[in-house]
Design a protein around this ligand. Structure first.
Ligand code: ADP
Ligand code: MG
Length: 311
């Protein structure tokens, strides 16, 4: 197989939902990624941060509530914190896994800002749930004091929702590119990137969380990657998901993907964005391929043995 440049986007199951889970999950994730690197490919890693950014946001809110001298930490700062500690864990674990296979490629993390558009419609309709479910009292406090917006689940309680605007520009792209060209494995665009507006020369943090699948597809396009792989919790994408007539897909063309998206086969907030991001990447230039599969099947997927390929 020729050497390919591959952007790999890691989902929630690659990181776990808390620190003990993350410790174990990241070790397994490092193996899956090392398998790809061992095949001789250039790999760029991105990841989600739903549980992690929610955890930091909740912790910082509690902190501000307990100590009146502390102000509430902006969400963009919480995203930056999540990129840092996930990146630290990933680069450390992957480094160890690679060294165990006598591969000396350096691994590093780039804190990544991603510009969003002020007029993005997502700001009018906060839809991305983050963090834990709260009591009415906790939710009222955060809404009165910080202007947070909540959705109510009749059983589980209140959960904060934030806007999820589309990524427009990866600010640290040039740095990422030169690290990649210098044969480094790079972890970047964590949690979809730290959302910022451009205000002249100043980049101002925004209270939002960018979808990691869209940010990763943009990165893959900008780096002129050959392949975009989304590693998630399912081995294949399905039509009529979880229905009697469910059909697992081995491959789809971009035309089919856009048609299935329209027909509503994929849940918004999970599979919709993945298929859409893959189809956009693949249709952006001839020869580009995308793959959606389960984390532990990464290598098999790369070899064409499983997963759903978008070509
Ligand atoms: P990640 O954390 O990897 O981004 P998500 O939970 O956001 O994962 O998205 C993956 C999930 O999408 C799967 O675990 C599955 O439950 C769900 N899903 C929704 N629609 C489909 C579909 N049509 N085919 C396969 N999985 C689907
Ligand atoms: Mg997701």
């Amino acid at each position: 197989m020729d050497k390919m440049r591959i952007v790999v986007a890691l989902g929630g199951n690659a990181l776990g939902k808390n620190l003990p889970e993350q410790y174990l999950a990241v070790k397994e994730t490092a193996k899956a990624i090392a398998d790809l690197i061992e095949c001789g490919h250039e790999v760029i890693i991105t990841h989600g941060n739903g549980p992690q950014v929610g955890m930091i946001d909740s912790a910082m809110s509690l902190f501000a509530r307990e100590d009146s001298l502390q102000s509430k930490t902006p969400l963009s700062m919480c995203v930056a914190m999540s990129q840092a500690y996930i990146g630290y864990d990933m680069q450390n674990s992957l480094r160890r896994e690679l060294r165990g296979r006598s591969i000396t490629t350096p691994v590093s993390t780039v804190l990544t800002q991603v510009r969003v558009d002020k007029s993005d419609k997502a700001f009018l309709n906060p839809s991305k749930p983050i963090g834990k479910y709260m009591s009415k009292e906790e939710a009222d406090f955060a809404s009165d004091n910080y202007g947070h917006i909540f959705v109510k689940d009749s059983l589980k309680g209140y959960r904060r929702v934030v806007p999820s605007p589309k990524p427009q520009e990866i600010i640290e792209l040039a740095v990422i590119r030169s690290l990649v060209e210098d044969e480094n494995v790079v972890v970047c665009c964590g949690g979809g990137g730290i959302p910022v507006y451009a205000n002249g020369e100043h980049l101002r943090g925004v209270s939002a969380v960018i979808d990691k699948d869209y940010a990763s597809a943009l990165l893959a396009k900008e780096l002129d990657a050959d392949m975009f792989i989304i590693l998630t919790a399912v081995e294949k994408v399905a039509l009529n998901y979880k229905k009697e007539n469910e059909q697992l897909l081995d491959k789809m063309s971009t035309e089919e993907a856009f048609e299935y998206l329209k027909q509503g086969h994929f849940s918004v907030g999970s599979m919709y964005e993945k298929v859409d991001a893959c189809a956009q990447f693949v249709s952006s230039k001839k020869g580009r391929v995308a793959l959606i599969t389960e984390l532990h099947k990464a290598k098999d997927g790369l070899l064409g043995l499983t997963g759903t390929r978008i070509e």
